[in-house]
Ligand binder design. Sequence first.
Ligand SMILES: [Zn+2]
Length: 250
Amino acid sequence: MDYIHFFGTTGNKDIIFKNIRSAGGLYINIDDTHIVFDPGINTFYKYIHTYGNKETINGIIVSHVHIDHANDLNIFIELMTNGGREKRGSVIVPKQAIDNKILQPYLENFPEKIETIEANRTYKIKNLEITASIPHDHGVECYGFTIKTSKNKIGIVTDTKYFSELLNSYKDCDILIMNVAYHINNKEKAKHLDIPAVEEFIKIIQPTKLVITHFNRHILSENPTEIAKELSKKYNIEVIAAEDDMDLYL
Ligand SMILES: [Zn+2]
């Protein structure tokens, strides 16, 4: 059964410090391919707790170097390669992760492949094709991705401020997973999406299913599940507000 597991659903420090929700991170298990996506704080322990050490991880992707997306990158490289004893798997990271030594230099020869992200380039991890978006507007080097599976095309719209060209990178997606920190963003300098931006994606991309995640305090206090229900009704598509430890079956 193909699914995407959500380890956590926030990136907001106040929520993480108060342990209300966990930082993000996805486990993608599709077409017999296992990918850890954006392993933030706590993702490693949640992974081990949920899956043990039985499954082979085929790849690790980091969208940008912020701690809620990259904190557990190194320990996952250790896990994927059995502590460097088995050279295997792909690691796909922004160049900044190498330049700033976010990926620890001693691990550079552990995986089979370490690739830096280039806009619009397509990467292969086992049976999946993963294409990077144009650069997101997030203050650090950041990209989203589309994943072509045997059944559909999934877009993972990671952290970014909204701008209309963004939509070009997610064309033809059947399923969208979007990091939506705000309900209504009224701060000019904010580097995250809000619900009006999600509505633009629904209108132009027309996915059949859309998941909102990566919530900050305000949208959480306004009940993301209710917001998702309203969007479902308004646009007649399935909109889901992610919960920590949720499985999205595909
Ligand atoms: Zn970020």
